[in-house]
Design a protein around this ligand. Sequence first.
Ligand code: ADP
Length: 493
Amino acid sequence: MRRISLHNVRTRLTLWYVAVLAAVLVIYGGITSAALLLQLRGQLDRLAIEDLETVEGFLSFRPDGGVFLRSDYHDHPYPSEMTQRLMEVWSADGILLFRNALLGGRALGRPPRPEEGAGAYSQRSVKLADGTPVRLVSRRHSVDGRPTVIRIGFSEAPMRQRFHQVVIGLLAGLPLALGLAGFGGYFLAGRALSPIERMARRAHEINADQLSARLDVENPHDELGLLARAFNETLSRLERSFDQLRRFTSDASHELRTPLTALRSVGEVGLRKQGPAEHYREVIASMLEESSRLTRLVDSLLTISRADAGQIRLERAAILVLPFVREVGSFIEVLAEEKQQSLMMEGDETAVVFADRLILRQVLVNLLDNAIKYSHAGGRVSVRVRTVQEAVSIEVQDSGPGIPEAHRDRVFDRFHRVDESRSREGGGTGLGLAIAKWGVEVHGGRLELECPTEGGCVFRAVLPAGVSERVMPLIPERTFRESSGNLQSPRSQ
Ligand code: ADP
């Protein structure tokens, strides 16, 4: 059981609930009391009007000029409240003609002004000399043909007493209602929040070794279910990332060990055998070969890890694709010449992409290097540039053995090789296609593989088309960053 503290959502929820309920009850009580007061006053007014209408028919002038209530008035059955009647009759020019005994010398106000009782009735509240509050109704009436003002009043004290009783009753019930609401609210908030506490306890137990654990989703459609599902999805993503990281680290260590072992054994063998200078030269050459393989591998690993860490700053520029392909081709041509392969580059001279030169160069080098490496001597490698609608496609086709169906989806995975020994023989790191795929996707494009039935492979990089040097990228860089997940570049920030 947790302590009651203002830091608890449960306590805060309860307090809010009680505060809102108190405000609602106070407003409701206020409106109800005001309505009650108006109703009671209305009743008093009606009583006074009815009484006035009755009494005025029983008034007559005495010979001395005063007014009196005729005796036949007492024969009528009147409600008991009438016995509480306070009454005055004034002449139109302000002379008091009658004041009943109950008033006992107290006045129902000053002599009437010309406007008093001028309409049907006039009503007002007055206070007698002894402080008694009185509700007063006046009306002008002709008694025996002479104009008079008749005032009938009833004490407001009983009405006020009833009103106060009701208000006190309401106020007395308020703390009780709020107390009950507070207890109820605290209990309900506790029930509503208990799944969150369970989720928090469970989440606390999950650590890096237990990423396969998941939160229980009691109701997948309510808010807490959504929260638990979102948390579980985050865990799944974390688990996948951790798995990838573990696999990558173990693959990378394995890859690093191979050239290092080769380096060491070549050195050991070289040292063990005495021989001519030629022998040592061979040993050193093969050690250098292994070390350059190691360098390539470390460079690729660095690229991949920077890419994964998102340490990337794309430096985009409008690139005329075909001249750029020719430039990269001339750099790599020497490898094709060594294998007597033909290297052909053709296509749309005007195609432009808005891309980072270094990254695009690396994509092309990796694809061309593979095409040359895996094609037999005397084979053909061609690069075709095309503009298709809003995109530019760069196709690298070779006349090599192609890639078996079963491997086509996985060749872009890190360290995946179709033929392990062949890749290593050719100095492959198993990261070339993974880097090329990233390099295309980071520009908002895609890298596709097709293996025609007649043999060979076609790797097609499809990039959004750019327009000219001064034109902004078709898709802003931020969008690429978001759409491509891990933005990666050999150039770190
Ligand atoms: P590697 O450094 O081994 O070439 P890559 O990632 O570049 O690594 O390629 C992954 C694997 O895909 C290669 O080991 C090879 O088996 C296969 N592959 C890539 N390009 C070609 C190609 N043009 N022809 C045939 N197989 C290829």
